[in-house]
Write a protein that binds this ligand. Structure first.
Ligand code: GTP
Ligand code: MG
Length: 204
């Protein structure tokens, strides 16, 4: 897939507003500020495609970006999906629950979802909600690709040991469902590895 072809399609406030559930898509999930929108921009080489912000909680809707299917215009529509971040403390509780309900509805309903990309700040891995998403993937037998983001903020040694530790611990539960890598949108580290994984899911 040429990720450079990504185009903004629609922002859905609820699952019923998502594109017809007959496509192939991958969703980017993770804590607010983990770097989901930045990763989509790095992948698509479009610095302004997904809105990023220093203020956590920027992405509040389920944003769909269409991709050109290399199999031709009549082939299955392909999408990247930018999910709202979770765990942003400053948002009122009711709104927080609302978002999390949207994410769970989306995950529970969406037949088109081929895999979940879970982003974690490499300095703050496996928060409580990250754990919930991992458990959900195990239950649903949903392929999971973890990005340890902002790798530019830490040294290579500690990054590699965290990678090995998570690969071992989560790999025990998930086997082939799990892949994991380090990533930096700033330095463009790991973009090619991410693209190869998404190709597997979207076209495989
Ligand atoms: P929400 O939409 O609130 O859920 O956040 P998000 O996960 O989409 O995060 P976003 O991409 O908006 O990035 C949050 C902040 O982290 C921004 O200030 C980015 O510039 C910064 N950031 C994202 N990726 C990286 C990275 O790889 N390295 C560094 N150093 N900063 C990054
Ligand atoms: Mg965002």
């Amino acid at each position: 897939v040429n990720y450079h072809t990504a185009r903004y399609t629609i922002s859905a406030a609820k699952v019923s507003q998502c594109p017809t559930d007959q496509c192939a898509e991958v969703a980017f999930a993770g804590r607010s500020n983990a770097g989901k929108s930045s990763a989509i921009n790095a992948l698509t080489q479009q610095s302004k495609l997904a809105r990023t912000s220093k203020t956590p909680g920027r992405t509040q809707l389920i944003n769909f970006f269409s991709l050109k299917n290399p199999q031709g215009p009549d082939a299955t529509p392909l999408f990247l999906v930018d999910l709202p971040g979770y765990g942003y403390a400053k948002v009122p509780v009711a709104m927080k629950l609302d978002w999390q309900a949207h994410i769970s509805d989306y995950l529970a309903d969406r037949q088109s979802l081929k895999g979940l990309v879970l982003l974690m700040d490499i300095r703050h891995p496996m928060t409580e909600f990250d754990q919930i998403l991992v458990d959900w993937c195990v239950d649903a037998q949903m392929p999971l690709h973890i990005l340890l983001t902002k790798a530019d903020k830490v040294n290579r040694g500690p990054a590699m040991s965290l990678l090995a530790k998570l690969r071992r611990e989560l790999g025990e539960r998930m086997g082939d469902l799990l892949t994991i890598q380090v990533f930096s949108s700033l330095k463009k580290t790991g973009v090619e590895q991410l693209a190869l994984q998404l190709d597997n899911w979207l076209l495989g």
